[in-house]
Ligand binder design. Structure first.
Ligand code: A2P
Length: 272
């Protein structure tokens, strides 16, 4: 008895372990400003496509440095994927951009967010509007069978400064038709409308301008957005989100939420 008490009183030094640690399995650098990475998925983690979690690294002060990141992988994937900007002096991304396979990151397994199908009323056509890394939640939603079961047509509008920044989204969209799991469901339902604003490419212009001028409707051969048929999800910078709200409300759409579904929802893409 005495002996065992003595043993418990001796503190056995343990190797420091991170709380909620997950292991990086792959990293892809798309441009000098953009990278994506995959990590192990906590067994208990369930999420709805479009939601985000807090992820990060241990700071030098011993406190976790966490930011909100949309999960870019579909809910059926056994790993988790994230898509991130690299900000040279960003507190987290200046360090996170150097992670390699085998490293650990912190992931709080509490998914939340408004970019979920349940926050929208049923409709005919679902629009995804993204700038930059704002495509991340749609990378998940574009791979969710529910998206295609609920809507006849899905339109992915993505705008970046230059062509190289569109590449992550382009490769993803192109892979979907041949995807063994959801390729058949996607079929011809998914339409992709990428544009650049600072480099010459096949299609140019800001999403807001291409909507208000009607160019995107002409190009796709569809009627303008209406509250009766169209639903929208917006993810980009603060300015983009604010301008998109004005554009969508101009078409008569109302903002929805989990508790009060309507015609469109908005979320800020992570920056910093
Ligand atoms: P632009 O080049 O005309 O600023 P960033 O890389 O700065 O996050 O921007 C990503 C893309 O989002 C760019 O193509 C940029 O166009 C576009 N963008 C930025 N702000 C807005 C906005 N308020 N409305 C529409 N598009 C925007």
């Amino acid at each position: 008895m005495t002996e065992s008490l003595t043993v418990t009183e001796i503190s056995i030094p343990k190797a420091p372990t991170l709380p909620d640690a997950q292991t990086v399995t792959a990293v892809t650098h798309w441009t000098d400003r953009l990278f994506s990475f995959r990590v192990t998925r906590p067994q208990s983690l369930r999420f709805r496509s479009g939601e985000f979690v807090m992820i990060g690294l241990m700071g030098e002060n011993g406190k976790p440095l966490l930011r909100a990141y949309s999960i870019a992988s579909p809910s059926w994937d056994e790993e988790l994927e994230f898509y991130s900007i690299k900000v040279p002096d960003g507190p987290l991304t200046s360090k996170l951009q150097h992670i390699r396979a085998g490293d650990q990151i912190i992931l709080r397994p509490k998914p939340v967010g408004t970019l979920v199908l349940d926050a929208l009323l049923p409709g005919k056509r679902l629009w995804f509007f993204a700038t930059g890394t704002g495509i991340a939640p749609f990378a998940s939603l574009m791979r969710d069978p529910d998206t295609y079961e609920r809507y006849d047509e899905v339109i992915m509008m993505h705008t970046c400064r230059d062509v190289a920044e569109l590449e992550y989204g382009r490769q993803l969209v192109e892979s979907l038709k041949d995807d063994p799991l959801i390729g058949e469901l996607v079929g011809d339902k998914l339409r992709y409308y990428p544009t650049t604003t600072r480099e010459q490419s096949a299609r140019m212009g800001r999403i807001t301008d291409n909507l208000t001028s009607g160019k995107v409707f002409t190009d796709l051969g569809i009627p303008p957005i209406s509250p009766e048929h169209d639903r929208g999800m917006v993810c980009g910078s603060l300015d983009f989100n604010t301008d998109m709200k004005t554009v969508l409300e101009g078409f008569g759409l109302r903002e929805g939420a989990n508790s009060d579904p309507a015609e469109y929802v908005v979320e800020k893409a992570f920056v910093g």
